[in-house]
Design a protein around this ligand. Sequence first.
Ligand SMILES: C[S@@+](CC[C@H](N)C(=O)[O-])C[C@H]1O[C@@H](n2cnc3c(N)ncnc32)[C@H](O)[C@@H]1O
Length: 292
Amino acid sequence: MAEQWTIKKLLDWMTSHFTEKKIDSPRLTAELLLSFVLNMQRIELYMNFDKEVEKQKLDNLRELVKRCLNHEPVQYLIGRTEFYSLSLKVSKDCLIPRPETELLVERAIEFLRTRTGRQHVCDLCTGSGCIAVAMAKNFRDASIIATDICDKALSIAAKNVAKYNLADKIHLLHGDLFKPIIDQLDGKEFDLIVCNPPYISLPEYENLDQKVKNHEPRLALEAGPEGLDIYRRIAAEVGSHLKKDGLLLLEIGWLQGKAVKQLLDDTKIFGEIKIEKDLSDNDRIVSALKIV
Ligand SMILES: C[S@@+](CC[C@H](N)C(=O)[O-])C[C@H]1O[C@@H](n2cnc3c(N)ncnc32)[C@H](O)[C@@H]1O
């Protein structure tokens, strides 16, 4: 008689297999894959422990487990991730939003809430659109322009914007940093500019965890010999796009605080430039208020 695979048995089997193969968060990964295949919420797995899983679904699951053991991120396998309490679509064309980036969103929303009237916001390098969507969901009177050089990433951002009915608040533009903004809106200045750019240096990129290096887009990660290429360009161009009293918020790599602060200092357009640490005590966010 063919072996019977219940939800419980599958979860236990995957968890022990993933543990053995050193896959991150083995139980959670097992639950995410199985709930995706069965089109259930994770909690429903526990309410249906003894339910037998049909052959077609088992075949689908087996394929995903294989890819997972090849260190393909579970978020790409199930096509979504959680960010700032939102469920967002992701694909291999965009970076998987990281928890550290929620701190950038937090600071952005705090700043917006200190202002009155409609706030014009720019999210450079939007990728999945995670920062723009989280800001728009949490601050009512925002008009956000989000740009990315990768059109496939922008199509994921468009799905996230549509998922949360934010098309009237978020305008997606394809192109290189500020270029599409200049083309469209000549001379428009923003109250807030946020950016989580690629910031991994070439040597760091070569030694990245295989899970990241083999599966996430290089365009979203690597930024030249010191990882500072995009910050240099932002520092050079930001002056003509940010209002006086407007804020620039950048996510940075843990060793880049001093260098990015220097780049912004050199522009002589910012007052206090602050570097904030993340929960792991690494430098993570730079904020700079424009004073001229
Ligand atoms: C680190 S990812 C950040 C994605 C998203 N904002 C997040 O926080 O998860 C960087 C993004 O920058 C985009 N990018 C790289 N170079 C760019 C450029 N010169 N102009 C605009 N976008 C760029 C990549 O396509 C990628 O989507």
